[in-house]
Write a protein that binds this ligand. Structure first.
Ligand code: SAM
Length: 391
């Protein structure tokens, strides 16, 4: 059985590393040349559900059924119908309700509604002809969700194990920040940084606390879907398993709530700091995060020289904010302050589209660039930079 996951584009290798950590298997990054996808083999469906519950880097998980190529003009719908009609739908039982969902990227002469309608009809017709009954559809609460994602000419068909809400919506966010980073992306930054719990981590622009909280749940090994056990599509599978109990047992085996670490979440606005604290409490990591109201410009007054080992942060992108001068100040202060509070060989990990501002300031304060890659934060192109402080 093959599993296909969706992750943040540009960080497929980080998801692949997590697959290895959780299941001990290798994975194919960008199968069929499709960005943001990773595919791997599992022994059975229980491995797939186990991964779905634990993963902190995947946004979606499906049991892979088929890869098809279709045209971008109206002919594509007929091709889709034929291919789906010919697939094996044996796993759909008469008592199941189902729905088709789609994510579509690229320019086509059809829209997502057309894809869902045609795909749904192909499945119904195929079952009617082969198994002599009409498979029931439920758009509100289906037992089985078939995903038919169309990316340019490529179509990926699979059984959705997650459901309507992607996995980055973990369920611990009570307080929302307008420019919050996706939880899965924050997790990938923490993994890329190679931070470990003995080292002091600071996010000086923590917003709703996503980066410190994701670092915290990593320390305590809390499954990515711990807070949304009931909101996972695979729990509708009738395998005679009490799924909630099954997840609780996994928690008992792996979660380590007593682990210690020192993570600092700082921000200049008190309301956000309070919000981060509420989120961290829900996430069960409040005890290992210090919440401090500090303006970036005054970090050196509140945090000691060489006190911090890692700064991982998501500064304002400057896309939604129009203040260029303010932005220049933020990037300047970030490196100026890091030069003081970071220990020798300390690291700064940034996700930002502001390449020039970042590199200019890193250069000015003599930080060495040790890693750079292009990533996508949703549809926004950005870079992940890792700099090291030179002695
Ligand atoms: C992109 S957001 C970070 C979002 C956060 N990672 C989250 O997931 O919620 C960057 C934040 O830095 C804040 N910021 C701007 N100037 C600052 C300063 N001088 N000191 C501290 N934070 C600042 C902005 O208000 C903005 O909300």
């Amino acid at each position: 059985m093959k599993v296909m996951i969706t992750t943040n584009r540009g960080l497929e290798d980080v998801a692949s590393k997590e697959i290895k950590d959780i299941l001990g298997v290798g994975a194919k990054e960008r199968p069929f040349g499709i960005l943001g996808r990773v595919m791997f083999d599992v022994g059975d469906i229980m491995d797939a559900t186990y991964f779905t519950y634990l993963t902190r880097t995947a946004n979606r998980v499906t049991v892979f059924l088929e890869h098809i190529k279709i045209s971008r003009d109206r002919k594509g719908l007929e091709e889709l119908y034929k291919s789906l009609y010919n697939l094996d739908w044996e796993f759909l039982k008469e008592y199941h309700t189902f729905a088709v969902r789609t994510d579509r990227f690229g320019v086509h002469e059809y829209n997502s509604m057309d894809i869902m309608r045609v795909a749904g009809q192909a499945i119904i017709d195929s079952i009617k002809d082969k198994k002599k009954y009409r498979q029931r559809v439920s758009l509100e609460d289906p037992d089985i969700i078939i995903r038919v994602d169309v990316i340019g000419n490529e179509v990926l068909v699979g059984i959705d194990l997650v459901g309507e809400k992607a996995l980055h919506r973990r369920g611990y966010k009570i307080y929302h920040h307008p420019a919050a980073l996706k939880t899965t992306l924050a997790q990938q930054l923490v993994i890329l940084s190679e931070w470990s719990k003995e080292k002091i981590l600071l996010d000086p622009m923590c917003g709703s606390g996503t980066i410190p909280i994701e670092a915290g749940i990593r320390v305590k090994d809390i499954p990515g879907s711990f807070w949304r056990k009931k909101d996972l599509q695979f729990t509708k599978m009738d395998l005679g398993i009490d799924w909630i109990e099954w997840m609780r047992k996994i928690d008992d085996d792996i979660v380590k709530l007593d682990e210690k670490a020192k993570i600092i979440a700082a921000y200049r606005i008190f309301r956000h700091i309070k919000g981060s604290e509420i989120n961290a409490q829900k996430a069960l990591v409040k005890d290992i995060i210090q919440f401090r109201r500090i303006d970036l410009e005054w970090l050196d007054l509140k945090i000691g020289e060489k006190e911090v080992d890692y700064i991982i942060t998501n500064p304002p992108y400057g896309i939604r904010l129009s203040y260029r001068e303010e932005l220049k100040k933020i990037y300047k202060y970030l490196f100026y302050q890091a030069d003081y509070i970071l220990d020798n060989n300390g690291k700064i990990v940034l996700i930002t589209p502001q390449k020039k501002l970042t590199l200019e300031n890193a250069n000015k304060y003599k930080f060495e660039l040790i890693h750079k890659r292009k990533v996508w934060n949703g549809n926004l192109e950005a870079y992940v930079f890792i700099f090291q402080k030179c002695d």
